[in-house]
Ligand binder design. Structure first.
Ligand code: AMP
Length: 472
């Protein structure tokens, strides 16, 4: 009995494949989401957000029932009303649903949208692969011109370039559905006599989804894929013409790319141009303890699936010219791209790419005694309302610990109220650079601070610069 009483309760643990995003990573997330929004607005994309839950049939119809995503990776369950619903594993299917449902086909075409949010795949967790992960994506619906394909690739290329991430753009065309039918027959013919050398998954793919044979990561399968027929030789005239024009546009934009005849992407709805962005190979000198621990744990759990050196794409996309029609809408050519945010951040960190920090506060509000604390609490709110960038540590009593915080936050000034200042109706201003302290009338504090900060080039008071900064 006594033993049972002292037995420790097990603390709750995060689900496998899920990840908490902690405050220390905030700057990566805000940097990327701002960059995505800026890029999107420059090129005329409007934000769209669709629900995280959709009817299962939406994904089965669009992504395809024989794809890995639908067959093995979807979080699918019956809701309380008995309807089969799924957590969204990708973004395009929902956007096509929304495009049809909201009559966006009647708006001026093309309709350009972008999104940023979580997606869910019951994938085998390993480094850079989670069961809940975030993607941002761009979609252009209602335009078939090859210039759209090239411009979308350029937007993504510029995005990575501006971050400072070396990537390689892989491009291919998988043609029209007719092209693929013919090509798949040729593939199956090629693999028939080589079936014994294929992995178990690929043996199944031969009947279910032959094009996936080409991007299997198993070494033997990769070797066989090298000599397999190439889809480029099967393209119909229209697909070929389109692809040639896309490449011409990329050439004139001077965007380097690699023609990759084995790039097929995993989902049924793709047609014509497909592309991926791969990070250039990089060996991190030291990934840090936490990262190592995470990787070691994942490797331990997933020994069979950890393939060092296997290519992990940062993002990819392609045309889906038949999807709107397949989903019940009119003939509507379209193209899209999605990028994985966790993978992007991992690359940024591995390569030690600097991202801007959140703006440091300018002023720390310090207090000594209960009366002073009350007064400072109000003062802080007033300053924040007026647009000052302020920090505080109101739960602390001693001045020493508050000054430590002020130093840590690298403020330019600390304003201090103690017993004496309460009695006199004054406040102390300490210049943190030279340590000089000056007493001013409490009512004159705000204009005085404005004046002092202007000397530092802080011009946005009473304007936008009003971040609330708490102790950390
Ligand atoms: P996909 O549509 O599968 O090509 O995914 C687009 C991008 O999303 C990939 O290139 C990855 O960067 C990211 N991604 C896909 N699946 C996962 C996952 N399970 N965990 C983390 N990122 C993922």
């Amino acid at each position: 009995m006594a033993e049972a009483k002292t037995k420790q309760k097990k603390t709750p643990q995060i689900l496998r494949g899920m990840k908490d995003i902690l405050p220390e990573d905030e700057r990566y997330w805000s940097y990327i989401s701002k960059k995505v929004a800026d890029m999107a607005h420059t090129y005329g994309y409007g934000r769209i957000e669709t629900p995280h839950l959709e009817p299962t049939s939406l994904f089965v119809r669009s992504i395809g029932k024989d794809t890995d995503v639908v067959e093995k990776e979807m979080y699918t369950f019956d809701d309380r009303g008995g309807e089969s619903i799924s957590l969204r594993p990708e973004g395009t299917a929902s956007i096509v649903r929304a495009y049809i449902e909201h009559g966006m086909l009647n708006r001026p075409q093309p309709v350009k949208v972008y999104y940023f949010g979580p997606f869910f795949r019951y994938d085998r967790p390993q480094s850079g692969r989670y069961r809940q992960f975030n993607q941002f994506g761009f979609e252009v619906l209602g335009e078939a011109h090859p210039v759209i394909d090239a411009q979308l690739m350029m937007i993504c290329y510029n995005f990575f370039q501006e971050i400072g991430l070396p990537i390689s753009l892989q491009v291919n065309s998988i043609g029209s559905p007719d092209t693929r039918e013919e090509y798949q027959k040729a593939l199956v013919d090629y693999y028939k006599s080589r079936k014994n050398s294929l992995c178990e998954d690929c043996k199944k793919r031969m009947t279910k989804n032959p094009m996936r044979l080409l991007d299997c990561k198993e070494q033997d399968c990769q070797l066989l894929a090298q000599d397999a027929p190439q889809i480029i030789d099967f393209l119909d005239e229209e697909s070929n013409q389109h692809f040639v024009q896309v490449l011409e546009h990329l050439d004139s934009l001077e965007i380097p790319y690699t023609l990759n005849s084995r790039l097929v992407r995993g989902l049924d709805y793709y047609s014509g141009t497909v592309f991926e962005f791969w990070p250039e190979p990089f060996t991190a000198p030291d990934t840090g303890e936490e990262e190592k621990k995470e990787e070691a744990e994942n490797d331990k759990e997933d020994n069979d699936n950890a393939k060092p050196g296997s290519q992990s794409s940062l993002g990819g996309g392609g045309r889906y010219d038949y999807l709107v029609e397949m989903m019940g809408g009119p003939e509507t050519p379209a193209i899209g791209f999605a990028c994985g945010v966790e993978r992007l951040i991992k690359e940024i960190k591995n390569r030690d790419i600097k991202v801007p920090k959140r703006h440091d506060p300018d002023i720390f509000v310090a207090q000594l005694g209960d009366q002073a604390r009350k007064k400072c609490l109000k003062l802080f709110e007033e300053m924040r309302r007026q647009g000052f960038n302020v920090a505080e540590s109101f739960s602390k009593d001693g001045l020493k610990s508050q000054m430590e915080q002020a130093n840590k936050r690298r403020v330019k000034f600390t304003v201090i109220i103690g017993q004496k200042e309460i009695m006199d109706g004054t406040i102390l201003i300490r210049d943190m650079e030279n340590g000089i302290q000056e007493t001013v009338d409490f009512n004159k504090l705000l204009p005085e601070m404005k004046k002092r900060l202007e000397k530092y080039g802080v011009k946005e008071i009473n304007g936008k610069n009003n971040n609330h900064n708490q102790e950390n």
